[in-house]
Design a protein around this ligand. Structure first.
Ligand code: ADP
Ligand code: MG
Length: 382
């Protein structure tokens, strides 16, 4: 698609309440031109309300929305040139695929008939449905119907495309195919995309930037890897992937490093990150299950290797002893629950390393201090 440049979008202190409840609470966010940005949050956190404010279906109580630096508050929805795709495809059942895609162009008199026909063909090719223009929606699969909905949303060449859980109705395999498809379409056009999902894997794999939404606010926004590796608080850490979140008390700090103590007395070395804990503070230690190595305590042979052996016996490595309580098979990995005193630590272990494992086995858990991060004991975003 030619001639489209994505809009730079700015939300400034956006607020919207329904009665006494603030569905969107003082949200500020900058979306770079042409970026693929996800709003990721649980059901009821305010994601759809944010999209409706941007599309103009709702008006904000306070704050502003800017497209390329210009406020759109006074611009009615149909003049904002924003495309929308919903979970329900909302195609017209009595119109063919091509007629559905052409529909938004009927409102605009600027295009000649042949130019409109060309534009529709271009859109159908973009979503790889060029051969199905004559079919009716009921003759298409769910994935194909969603492609039609995308073609229809893009036919007016919007500078911003809003997508609200577009893959929510599809099964896992098809959803993953469509994720790749949407990425491809985004790359081949210039449009900025704001994509709503409650699926963390979807947000992480598709986006240039993810904004984690919690109770009407943005808890944290950033590149997927930065959010996963350096979450700002317990909510973000917990929502993005699996995590061990261990309550502890800070004993000593040394630059970016801190020594903390679990209630059972064990000491753990961890990185401060942005936590800035001081001795005596209650903290939470985040350790991702895939960053933990497991060793058979009876034979000292490694069961799962996630740690550089040279680090293994150095002070840079934390070691806890525990007992395997449960083993769950996930296909690509095994998930172990290891009882360490009174706490349960989750560990992910590759299939190749699990021969010697069984519930009741005594193991030691080991990880690099750089894989353990301190978080404030109370969520900042709550
Ligand atoms: P999400 O899309 O993240 O699931 P929503 O934006 O739909 O969340 O809803 C955010 C909050 O606002 C919820 O508590 C919801 O019940 C409430 N809400 C949304 N729309 C309305 C409405 N039209 N009237 C009253 N409350 C609403
Ligand atoms: Mg919603």
């Amino acid at each position: 698609m030619t001639g489209v440049s994505g809009a730079r979008v700015e939300l400034r202190s956006l607020t919207k309440a329904f009665g006494a409840a603030k569905a969107v609470d003082n949200v500020s966010l900058e979306i770079p031109a042409g970026a693929f940005v996800s709003l990721l949050g649980p059901s009821g956190s305010g994601k759809t309300t944010m999209l409706n404010l941007i599309a103009g279906f709702l008006s904000a109580d306070a704050g502003e929305i800017l497209l390329d630096g210009a406020s759109i508050s006074a611009v009615p929805p149909h003049k904002r040139n924003i495309g929308m795709v919903f979970q329900s495809y909302s195609l017209f059942p009595h119109m063919s695929v091509a007629e559905n895609v052409r529909f938004p162009l009927r409102m605009r008199s600027r295009l000649t008939r042949s130019a409109a026909r060309e534009r529709v063909a271009e859109m159908l090719a973009l979503v790889r449905l060029a051969h199905l223009g004559g079919r009716y929606p009921r003759q298409l699969s769910g994935g194909q119907q969603q492609r039609v909905a995308m073609a229809r949303a893009l036919v007016s060449r919007p500078r911003l495309l809003l997508m609200d859980e577009p893959l929510g109705a599809l099964d896992k395999k098809l959803r993953e195919e469509m994720q790749a498809e949407i990425r491809r379409i985004h790359r081949s056009i210039g449009t900025t995309v704001l994509y709503v999902t409650h699926d963390q894997a979807e947000a992480l794999s598709m986006s240039d930037m993810v904004a984690v939404v919690h109770e009407g606010r943005i808890a944290q926004a950033g590149a997927p890897r930065a959010l996963y590796e350096a979450p700002a608080d317990v909510f973000v850490a917990d929502f993005l992937g699996d995590s061990n979140l261990l309550a502890a008390r800070c004993l000593r700090t040394n630059g970016d490093r801190a020594s903390v103590q679990l209630p059972s007395g064990e000491l753990i070395e961890a990185m401060q990150g942005t936590c800035a804990a001081r001795p005596g503070d209650d903290v939470v230690v985040l350790i991702r299950p895939e960053d933990i190595a497991v060793e058979d305590m009876t034979t000292a042979s490694p069961i799962a290797v996630a740690v550089d052996p040279a680090m293994r016996r150095s002070e840079a490595c934390s070691i806890l002893s525990g007992t395997v309580r449960d083993i769950a098979y996930h296909g690509d990995v095994f998930e172990l629950e290891v009882l360490v005193g009174a706490i349960v630590v989750t560990v992910k272990v590759g299939r190749a390393h699990t021969r010697a494992l069984a519930p009741g086995k005594q193991v030691s858990l080991c990880w690099n201090a750089t894989s353990a991060r301190l978080l404030p004991a109370t969520p900042v975003s709550a």
